[in-house]
Structure formats: C-alpha cells, structure tokens
Design a protein around this ligand. Sequence first.
Ligand code: TYC
Length: 104
Amino acid sequence: MATKHVNDGGTVLERQEAKLKPPAMYQVFLLNDDYTPMEFVVAVIQQYFNKDRETATQIMLKVHRDGKGMCGVYPKDIASTKVELVLTHARKAGHPLQCVMEEA
Ligand code: TYC
C-alpha cells in the first residue's frame, strides 16, 4: 500500500510499504541420462553454475546416482536463461543432457 505523507514544505510524498514480495525463486536441476559424459556434466556445472571442480563433481555424481541434482537457486528469468544456455550447449555438443527448473 502506498501511503501519502505531507512534509514541512507541503510536498506530497508517497511511501511504498511492505508490499513488494521477494521474487519467487527457482531451483535448477540436471537430470541423469546414460550418454552424456561425466566430464561434460562437470564442465557444465562449473561454467554455468559457478561451482569449483570439486563441488561440480559432487553434484554430477549425485545426479548420476539419484537421477537428479540441484545446481543452484535463482530468480525466474535467471533460472530460465541458465536452462536454455545449458540445453543449447549440450545439443551443440550432441549430448542429451536435460536441465529443468522448479519453483523453490
Ligand atoms: N550417467 C552419465 C554417464 O554415466 C553421467 C551423467 C551425469 C549424465 C549427470 C547426465 O546430468 C547427468 N556417462
């Protein structure tokens, strides 16, 4: 709600109060498949999700074992851009790697 305040000089000021919700956040996941090389997945996680090599390797192995693993949490437009960039990179390299987002 915007409430109006009048200051000493008679100027009307509007103040925005406690109305703006924080943006919805989205988790970005990689999904397992039988064909994408492990090394390619590790490089993707490092490049697109800003993880060091050790963290990227742990995430890749979790995806490999459990079928799915979380790479990061971002506002909607950033999550969506990451999904598209990863899919484009994987397809150009000829790999079936899948990347999806879910509201956190
Ligand atoms: N399962 C793949 C293999 O054995 C490796 C892999 C890991 C693929 C994670 C996709 O998101 C993935 N080569």
